[in-house]
Design a protein around this ligand. Structure first.
Ligand code: APR
Length: 311
């Protein structure tokens, strides 16, 4: 049976654990610096599995030895934002947390695939890559699946169709400068430009770009977790079951999309080896301009952080 470790038993981590358990993806270890929190949530989730006659076990711990030889490690530990904060405001505090966690992960699960959910994701995943020394195929950030789901939901709501009818792709950063690919968005094969006015599309794109803040402002404490928790498990499933799904994820680019030496959200094929292929889609002129700004923003933030930590 595959072993999945989820680090951080807060809102996102616990929901990811529920999602992985429901899909019966493997034995799940939930680790938190607050061991009792992890143990309590693990018991509750395992008992919920007994309600549905599933044998899946979730074990809670504060000890990295229990995570040894995991196939996949998902990092959700970190501080979420509060109203008025951007994901970038979490940079230094979450970088400290991430660095300490990654060294433990590498020690106990040197062969694992590492998925980072902690924000700001595109920068945190690059830090994880550097600290782990893993190959680029084994370090991945969760970003575009969540943003793509938000895009789907808003289009579906506007057109009064099911979300499953809508095809979306969101690339670049996970933040206000993310790039929802409007020119690639289709409903049952029909481009959205044929279904919605320019203004309506622009309003939806802006709502997607600020989709996280909309939820932060409503919740008042903490940020979204149902959709992020499930989104990361979609990645875990594609990897462990070798589904080879094409999903937008933050991966290390070495020239693809005219970008070098940086983690950026782009469509990739996820299978048992991790990132098995970077899918090159042709961007329209406007999409390419927006992608370039997004990459510049990620580069500035990521290189700034890495330089600061090298001192
Ligand atoms: N080691 C282990 N666990 C830690 C550590 C650490 N060094 N530091 C913090 N944690 C745990 C906390 O104890 C807490 O249980 O991480 C958990 C975070 O949970 P929440 O505060 O509920 O935050 P959550 O909403 O889950 O978001 C976590 O994911 O989506 C991102 O922006 C979000 O960066 C944030 C992360």
């Amino acid at each position: 049976m595959d072993k999945i470790t989820i680090i951080g038993a807060g809102n996102v981590g616990a929901h990811a654990a529920v999602s992985a358990a429901t899909l019966e993806l493997g034995h799940i270890i939930l680790l938190d610096k607050d061991a009792d929190l992890a143990k309590g949530k693990a018991l509750d989730i395992t008992q919920s599995m007994a309600v549905s006659h599933s044998d899946i076990m979730v074990s809670g711990t504060g000890n990295y030895e229990d995570t040894a030889d995991s196939d996949i490690v998902v990092i959700t530990a970190g501080v979420p934002r509060k109203p008025g904060m951007s994901r970038d405001d979490l940079l230094d505090i979450n970088a400290d947390i991430l660095e300490s966690i990654v060294s433990q992960v590498v020690k106990y699960s040197p062969e694992c695939i590492l998925i980072v959910v902690t924000n700001p994701i595109t920068t945190m995943v690059q830090l994880a890559y550097k600290v782990s020394g893993f190959s680029k195929e084994r370090v991945i950030g969760m970003a575009g699946i969540l943003d793509g789901a938000r895009f789907k939901h808003f289009i579906a709501q506007e057109l009064n169709v099911g979300a499953s009818e809508v095809m979306t792709m969101v690339i670049g950063d996970h933040g206000a400068l993310m790039v929802p690919l409007k020119d690639h968005c289709q409903v049952n094969g029909q481009p959205i430009a044929e279904l919605l006015s320019h203004q309506k599309i622009e309003n939806i794109v802006s709502r997607v770009q600020h989709g996280g803040s909309e939820i932060v402002n409503l919740l008042k404490t903490g940020s979204a977790y149902f959709a992020p928790g499930l989104a990361v498990i979609k990645m875990v499933k594609s990897i462990l079951r070798n589904e080879k799904k094409t999903l937008p994820c933050a991966v290390y680019l070495e020239g693809e999309y005219s970008t070098k030496g940086l983690f950026v959200g782009v469509p990739v094929v996820l299978g048992r080896q991790g990132v098995e292929k970077i899918v090159d889609i042709h961007l329209s002129e406007k999409e390419a301009i927006a992608f370039k700004s997004s990459v510049e923003h990620i580069r500035e933030r990521t290189e700034g952080l890495l330089e600061k930590r090298a001192k």
